[in-house]
Design a protein around this ligand. Structure first.
Ligand SMILES: Nc1ncnc2c1ncn2[C@@H]1O[C@H](COP(=O)(O)OP(=O)(O)OP(=O)(O)O)[C@@H](O)[C@H]1O
Ligand SMILES: [Mg+2]
Length: 401
């Protein structure tokens, strides 16, 4: 069918033609935003899930929802090597500039601007001159202790927002890349903001390791956040995600073709978009048949191998690739770390640094202590395709390693 009219949208954070299966998450976000705005207590949320399940898309929807309901909202993606403090300062500064400067509101605003200025200077974050004639606020966000200073910053901004009668929403993607120190500081700040009842809320998203990281950063974190698991779509939602965009283009798809799509993708949103795209392109005419879907499987798989999987594979060292290949040899997982090491004919201790690295790179996570699983769905199958031979290390007899 006409590729120019193809509605499907595989991509990172690309809005799908039809967002299905997330009504509960969107409704929770709506309630949280309303409650915070009304000065009622509400927890911040963390959206947790594997690669390609739709966390970024959802976070973007929540961002739009916040803006629509009058929030000053900021969307930040935490890259692997930048610091959260650096990322936070410029958008927070922007928010403060947009806040009301009427008499009576001004004092809190200037205080927040002063705190931001101190904070930027203490943590050496380069920002353009603050602009307004703002003095640093001595004693606020200038201790050099990240926990205290982030708390001061969030509290003064929350107070300024409260005075101005608006809410502040911080949306932070890829939160698993934030250092433990920064995560701890963010959590401390939010804790305080919540205690005082200020209108500031965070929606974070990240890989499954995020749940453990927050708990490690602060033990009380699990009470501070609502953890929402974002998973694959169930059959009904997956069918809708495929069928509705097709119907909107005045075409149709057979029921057994939908079933075939569900089997091939297991309901993972990224895969659904990829398969949907290729099934549409393969089909000579409407309706899209099960044969069209089958012949699209090759196209979809090579598109994934060349993109979604490949970009992740390319970031691995030789040793890390071997580790993941050994995992794949064992099957889909999760696997015991001991079993993976044994497959590699190495000890758990020898492999521990490699395991730590692939966790830090966001390739695997520990669903339970001593377990290891892929964060990318179907990565085990890909590893076998890209490295067909599994040749474990031959132990060096002398060293015994
Ligand atoms: N609920 C949904 N229904 C249909 N398609 C969806 C849904 N959610 C996401 N998608 C599609 O899935 C793909 C991946 O979405 P997104 O980038 O938000 O995932 P992610 O969880 O952020 O992945 P990553 O961990 O790699 O950043 C996109 O092409 C998007 O259009
Ligand atoms: Mg994402």
């Amino acid at each position: 069918m006409d590729a120019a009219k193809n509605p499907f949208a595989p991509g990172a954070g690309t809005q799908p033609p039809e967002l299905t299966g997330r009504t509960v998450n969107l409704e929770r976000a709506r309630i949280a935003l309303e409650r915070i705005k009304a000065g009622r207590p509400e927890r911040s949320s963390l959206l947790i899930g594997l690669r390609g399940v739709g966390k970024t898309v959802l976070l973007n929807r929540i961002y739009e929802m916040a803006v629509r309901s009058g929030y000053h909202a900021v969307f930040i993606e935490s890259p692997e090597d930048a610091s959260l403090t650096e990322l936070l300062v410029p958008p927070l500064r922007q928010i403060l500039f947009r806040l009301d400067t009427r008499e009576g509101v001004k004092d809190k605003l200037y205080q927040a601007m002063g705190a931001l200025r101190s904070f930027a200077s203490v943590f050496e974050v380069k920002i353009p001159a603050i602009g307004l004639e703002v003095k640093v606020a001595p004693g606020l966000a200038d201790s050099g202790n990240l926990d205290h200073d982030v708390t001061d910053l969030l509290v003064t901004i929350g107070e300024a927002a409260k005075e101005a009668g608006v809410g502040v929403a911080l949306l932070i993607d890829e939160l698993q890349y934030v250092t433990q120190k920064e995560l701890a500081a963010l959590i401390s700040g939010l804790h305080r903001v919540g205690q005082i009842g200020l209108p500031l809320i965070v929606f974070g998203a990240g890989l499954p390791q995020l749940a453990g990281l927050t708990g490690k950063a602060k033990t009380y974190a699990e009470r501070l956040f609502e953890f929402q698991t974002i998973g694959p779509l169930n059959a009904q939602d997956a069918y809708r995600a495929i069928e509705e965009p097709i119907t909107k283009e005045s075409a149709s798809i057979d029921t057994d073709a939908l079933k075939e799509l569900m089997d091939a993708t297991e309901g993972y949103p990224y895969f659904l978009q990829e398969w949907g795209l290729h099934a549409w392109n393969r089909a000579p005419r409407s309706p899209i048949t099960v044969e069209d879907v089958r012949s699209a499987t090759q196209d979809a798989a090579s598109a994934l191998d060349g993109g979604f999987f490949r970009v992740r594979f390319d970031r691995l060292t030789k040793g890390e690739k071997e580790y993941l290949r050994a995992m794949a040899e064992l099957g889909r997982g999760p696997h015991r770390s001991g079993d993976i090491a044994a497959k590699l004919r190495r000890s758990v201790e020898t492999m521990a640094p490699v395991r730590a690295n692939v966790i830090a790179k966001g390739m695997v996570y520990a669903p339970a202590h001593g377990d290891t699983a892929f964060t990318v769905p179907k990565f085990d199958e890909y590893m076998k395709r890209v490295m067909p031979e599994f040749s474990p290390h031959t132990p060096n007899r002398k060293s015994g390693k």
